[in-house]
Unconditional design. Structure first.
Length: 218
């Protein structure tokens, strides 16, 4: 099969996974078990030396980094209308996508993998606590975006479900892993729940064996 997606369950690779499933073209989903260190093996490093997911391979061409993959899929499947085509609307959608990827996403990394930023246990604990508070504020900002941006069709990116919707689901789910109750963001949680009910998203959730809400009250 010429089109392959290397993904890890629950990682940001969920976003292009949803797009590929929505596009309706055959592709091969290949699971990379990050918790087992498969991303650091020689076989995977030969595909992506950075040892990260997602990776898209199309006819032997390797594409890494989630924003690049999303833009590639948007152009490869124009009929899917993953992103708007009108210049201002497209720029505004990319504005949100970039913020999700360069601000919200790395904040969660500081919570989930503080060892990447310090080898000292006390510093790691402080990073986790500090960034959890920041993440709560970012989810509040995402909640505001949902209230302002959801189109009459019900999606963040435009007339069809797109990368902003899938990324919003991922970021909200990550918040529940960090001990943040998604119910505290009612508009966001309602939108994420609707996204999860889309037939293609449901298929990806089942393939990745994900639980949408992992929050546990203290």
């Amino acid at each position: 099969m010429s089109l392959k997606l290397y993904f890890s369950p629950g990682a940001c690779s969920f976003v292009p996974h949803v797009l590929l499933q929505s596009a309706g073209e055959a592709f091969e989903p290949i699971m990379v078990k990050l918790h087992k260190g498969e991303q650091n093996g020689e076989e995977y490093k030969a595909i992506n030396p950075r040892g990260q997911v997602p990776v898209l391979v199309d006819n032997g061409q390797v594409i890494t980094q989630i924003v690049a993959i999303i833009l590639y899929l948007d152009q490869k499947f124009p009929e899917a209308k993953f992103l708007p085509t009108e210049p201002v609307a497209r720029a505004k959608a990319l504005e949100v996508l970039a913020w999700m990827n360069n601000t919200v996403h790395p904040t969660f990394t500081h919570i989930f993998m503080p060892h990447k930023f310090s080898d000292q246990a006390e510093v790691q604990g402080a990073l986790k606590t500090f960034n959890t508070q920041i993440y709560k504020g970012l989810l509040a900002e995402l909640e505001e975006l949902v209230v302002k941006r959801v189109s009459p069709s019900g999606w963040l990116s435009g007339e069809r479900l797109g990368p902003l919707d899938a990324y919003a689901l991922t970021l909200t789910r990550w918040g529940s892993i960090a001990g943040i109750n998604p119910a505290d963001y009612p508009s966001l949680w309602a939108h994420v729940s609707r996204v999860a009910q889309d037939v293609h998203v449901t298929q990806v959730i089942e393939r990745e064996r994900l639980q949408l809400n992992l929050y546990k009250a203290a």
